[in-house]
Design a protein around this ligand. Structure first.
Ligand SMILES: *Cc1c(COP(=O)(O)O)cnc(C)c1O
Length: 234
């Protein structure tokens, strides 16, 4: 692989994503630094992921714990890792020390397993609750109607900090059709905030297809893979 060409291609992709992010922020009257770009490296090599880090993207996301275990040790220690996919309870012990953020807490049992393991490891786990806001049966996540009811359970956590909500919109050709899903996640966050008294400052929503709309609807973390990497083949 020719490193110079790779770097140039990646830099172009990143610049295009940054342009759209900046435009979406402007349109919504938000500051660019209110939105964290998480580069999703699940489909690319560690070499390619390292190329993105070299360009200044320090937040990287993986959807499979095993892939995160594999990549994290060989990438720079400066990387802030985000687990964005389903976490089985038997993988909590090994994943917790490697990640700064877990976006994909999708059950009370997982929340309890994280509390238990974080206490054991004397860590604080920073998490988001995944919500199946698009109501697709194929998706993980809490049912929206159940989320405010989680408030008492959240109040008992000592080693897990819940910082907000995460969702995946349905795949739509027209990103505008994802807007109601994102708006619904924001409303749900507002209600859970009222109910729980937690700050819940984060909304992780928006992928390659729909991140501009998600930013307009209040996303603070966007998770972008293919817009950065697809077709980068040096
Ligand atoms: C793969 C993935 C993404 C990135 O998707 P792209 O469409 O490639 O940007 C974001 N979030 C989650 C949970 C994913 O699994």
């Amino acid at each position: 692989m020719n490193a110079t060409i790779l770097r140039r291609q990646l830099a172009e992709r990143l610049a295009a994503v940054e342009d759209r992010l900046a435009a979406a922020c402007r349109k919504a009257g938000r500051c660019r630094d209110e939105v964290t770009l998480v580069g999703v490296t699940k489909t690319v090599s560690t070499e390619m992921a390292a190329g993105l880090v070299d360009l200044g993207v320090v937040n990287l996301g993986e959807s499979r714990p095993q892939e995160l275990w594999r990549k994290a040790p060989v990438l720079p220690r400066s990387v802030v890792w985000h687990l964005i996919g389903h976490l089985q309870r038997n993988k909590v012990e090994r994943t917790l020390p490697l990640v700064e953020w877990i976006h994909s807490v999708d059950s009370l049992r997982l929340l309890e397993a994280l509390e238990h393991e974080a206490a054991k490891q004397k860590r604080i786990a920073k998490v988001l609750l995944e919500v199946n806001a698009s109501h697709e049966s194929s998706k993980h996540g809490f049912v929206p109607a159940d989320v405010t009811g989680l408030s008492p359970a959240l109040g008992k956590l000592k080693h897990v900090q819940v910082h907000g909500l995460m969702t995946m919109a349905a795949l739509e050709e027209d990103a505008e059709r994802c807007r109601p899903t994102f708006a619904a996640l924001r409303d749900l966050r507002d209600r859970l905030r009222q109910e729980s008294g937690l700050a819940l400052e984060h909304l992780s929503m928006g992928m390659s297809n729909d991140y501009a709309v998600a930013v307009e609807e209040g996303a603070t973390m966007v998770r972008i893979g293919s817009a950065l990497f697809q077709g980068v083949t040096a």
